[in-house]
Write a new protein. Sequence first.
Length: 326
Amino acid sequence: MKLPEELQFIENARKPQNTTTARLDGQVCVITGATSGVGYVTAKQLAQAGAHLVLVCRNIEKAQGVKAEFTALFNVRVDLVQADFSNLDEVQSAASQILHQFPAIHVLINNAGMHMTTRKLTADGFETAFAVNHLASFLFTRLLLERMIASAPARIIQVNSEGHRFGGLKLDDLNWDKRRYKGLQGYGASKTAQLLTVWELAERLNGTGVTINAVHPGEVATNIGMNNGFLYRWYQKYLLFPLLKDPKVSGEALYYFAAAPILSTTSGKFFNLTIEEKPAAHALDRTMGKRIWDISEELTGLHHKNQTLDNESLVMVKNSGLNVAS
């Protein structure tokens, strides 16, 4: 019996996946969170295909090891940019460094992510999962966007998650001040916000030669969530990891989105690995999407450049009690 459309993700994960043999020789590929897990295996695929890598990483020592490995194995150029994506000032600095160093950007993969089991605020005053998973990638993408349009054809890949189905996004309580924090819903809120802004950006990019798609990278073993307490780390290492796949499947899927010629004009879609899929209904609400777009511009300081925030969204920001980037 065929599953309902909203539950098709269960079956899609088991389907044969699409692949490509297309190469990316000399193309500048920016990827965040590339020193372990999904980011590392994806970066390795890109390097093997001749891409010029720009790795945006928090731990520069680990990144230097990855750079040395890829340079020795594939004889490609690898540049490093250090940034902690829980700090929006560092996101801004990373984007500025990239714009200064590289006249073209052909692929951007927003992979850096965080899962929290308890509510913690960043130095900017934002709930950490929402800040890292949504606000940072939103700001980073927007800051690099003009360069990507000038470099078109170009592709943006948002590493999203089936975790968006947990929901949790409340525009008047983005920081969970009014609710008890639940890790899965906090994660779901951040990924829902990211998905909603994918649809908005895809619409704005129509006709520019730049595409944007969101991809769930599969149920794979990674270090996401290992920043949490001992019990969670024990559960993840000994009970969860044995049930998960090798991150290599994620690297192959994300490489497909970066390189496959058949996807040159595909934009504004959500995929489970390489299978197109319908997101949860709450992540398809375009009215909510326009609101979270405006709020995200305000919270990251982009509003001061664009002046697009409408009155209703401004009221939501003020009522949320969140700090606004200057």
